[in-house]
Design a protein around this ligand. Structure first.
Ligand code: 5GP
Ligand code: ZN
Length: 114
C-alpha cells in the first residue's frame, strides 16, 4: 500500500533498525519506545486488522507469534518475560493501519489486565 509507513519500512524506503526478518514477517525497533525493548512485528504483506483479517490470512498470526519467540531469545528477554500488544481500531488508539504486534520487555512492566 503506497501510503503506508510500515509498507515503506518493509520495502526499505524508510530506514528502521530491523531485528528479525523471515519470508513473511519483519520486526524493527519502535521509533518511540515505551519500554527498554520495544519492537514492532509486522507481516510483510499489508493487512488492515479491522477489515482484512480472514481465515486465509490467519497464518500470519502464528508467523508473528513464532517470530516473537525468536526475537525474545535474540534480545535475551525470553527468560524474564515480555508482553505482546495489538491495538486494533480507533478505540484502542491504533495509529498505523498495517497489522502489527508490539513486543515490550527488558524491564518490569506495569500490569494492564488480569
Ligand atoms: P499503533 O498505535 O498503531 O499500535 O502503533 C504504531 C507504532 O508505530 C507506534 O508505537 C509508533 O511509535 C510506531 N511508529 C510510527 N511510525 C514509525 C516509523 O516510521 N518507524 C518506526 N520504527 N516506528 C514507527
Ligand atoms: Zn502497509
Amino acid at each position: 500500500m503506497a501510503s503506508c509507513i510500515f509498507c515503506k519500512i518493509v520495502q526499505g524506503q524508510i530506514p528502521s533498525e530491523i531485528v528479525y526478518e523471515d519470508d513473511n514477517v519483519i520486526a524493527f525497533r519502535d521509533v518511540n519506545p515505551q519500554a527498554k525493548v520495544h519492537i514492532l512485528i509486522v507481516p510483510k504483506k499489508h493487512i488492515n486488522p479491522m477489515t482484512e483479517i480472514n481465515e486465509k490470512q490467519a497464518k500470519v498470526m502464528s508467523d508473528i507469534f513464532l517470530a516473537a519467540k525468536e526475537i525474545a531469545g535474540r534480545q535475551k528477554i525470553g527468560g524474564r518475560g515480555f508482553r505482546m500488544i495489538m491495538n486494533v481500531g480507533s478505540d484502542a488508539g491504533q495509529e498505523v493501519e498495517h497489522l502489527h504486534v508490539h513486543l515490550l520487555g527488558g524491564e518490569k512492566l506495569g500490569k494492564l489486565v488480569g
